[in-house]
Design a protein around this ligand. Structure first.
Ligand code: CAA
Length: 257
């Protein structure tokens, strides 16, 4: 499929999506949404892909939802289109998705990164929810996901002042999993994705589902869910292979079943 706003490639077992609207600092319009979702769904359906990376440019992961597209939108337009609801489909992708963030991740850009399973940040990354400066507030999950990741005080600070957080603060606050030199971002993200893709895909997908469940349930229900999923893993050929390989001191040969 030919895309207008993203670049899509496969590196071994990793699917790579690069946001590519350089003149608009990768602002997220409805075409970007449709194309990112189409690429994600194609990778999800591709048995040759075990993990996905979403990235942008060195200057901007994404500088937010497209302000020029929203400028003349009315309330009824926004309501009838259920504007931004389409991005929720990203959280239904069952394979792991890593956000590799360099430069600006603002507004919808920060929110897109937070929809991914974890964020690897370049040391020049800047995160923020500046919607308040435009007379609005976050609409793609910023007030909810950011609060869960960094806590109420910092989320309030970010959403109410619109200030940016640098990579070091983002790591310290738990928003990003690691910070790497900007020039090594893609290699580091691809290396992490390649490592994940070398494991048993069903085990990886179940682990992702279990971690995500912790955001939606009580601790006791989450622990019960985890145990039940863990028990079910003893039906996987890959469990037999993984544990046998350990005992036999060899590299496992996972078959994703
Ligand atoms: N939407 C549309 N266009 C954008 C954009 C956005 N979010 N961000 C940047 N651009 C465009 C600029 O309009 C400019 O285009 P022109 O050359 O045609 O004027 C181009 O990208 C380059 O931007 P700047 O000249 O502003 O670049 P800079 O380096 O001086 O500043 C910046 C960079 C600080 C990121 C600045 O562009 C900026 O503040 N962008 C807006 C950030 C923002 O407010 N994001 C939130 C959007 S609302 C939202 O996301 C709602 C939600 O919850 C989902």
């Amino acid at each position: 499929m030919a895309y207008e706003t993203i670049l899509v490639e496969t590196r071994a077992r990793v699917g790579l999506i690069t946001l590519n609207r350089p003149k608009a600092l990768n602002a997220l319009n409805t075409t970007v949404l449709a194309e990112v979702m189409a690429a994600l769904e194609a990778f999800e359906a591709d048995a040759g892909v075990g993990a996905i990376v979403i990235t942008g440019s060195e200057k901007a992961f994404a500088a937010g939802a497209d302000i020029k597209q929203m400028q003349s939108m009315s309330y009824v337009d926004a309501f009838m289109a259920d504007f931004f609801a389409g991005w929720e489909a990203l959280s239904r992708i069952r394979k792991p998705v890593i956000a590799a963030v360099a430069g600006y991740a603002l507004g919808g850009g920060c929110e897109l990164a937070m929809m991914c399973d974890f964020i690897i940040a370049a040391d020049n990354a800047k995160f923020g929810q500046p919607e308040i400066t435009l007379g609005v507030m976050p609409g793609m999950g910023g007030s909810q996901r950011l609060t869960r990741f960094v806590g109420k005080s910092k989320a309030m600070d970010m959403c109410l002042t619109g200030r940016m957080m640098d990579a070091e603060e983002a790591e310290r606050s738990g928003l990003v999993s690691r910070v790497v030199p900007a020039g090594e971002l893609i290699e580091e993200a691809l290396a992490a994705a390649t490592k994940i893709a070398s494991f048993s895909l069903p085990a990886v997908m179940m682990a992702k589902e279990a971690v995500n469940r912790s955001y939606e349930t009580t601790l006791s229900e989450g622990l019960r869910f985890e145990r039940r999923v863990f028990h079910s893993m003893f039906a996987l050929d890959d469990q037999t292979e993984g544990m046998s390989a350990f005992v036999e001191k060899r590299t496992p040969n996972f078959r994703n079943r």
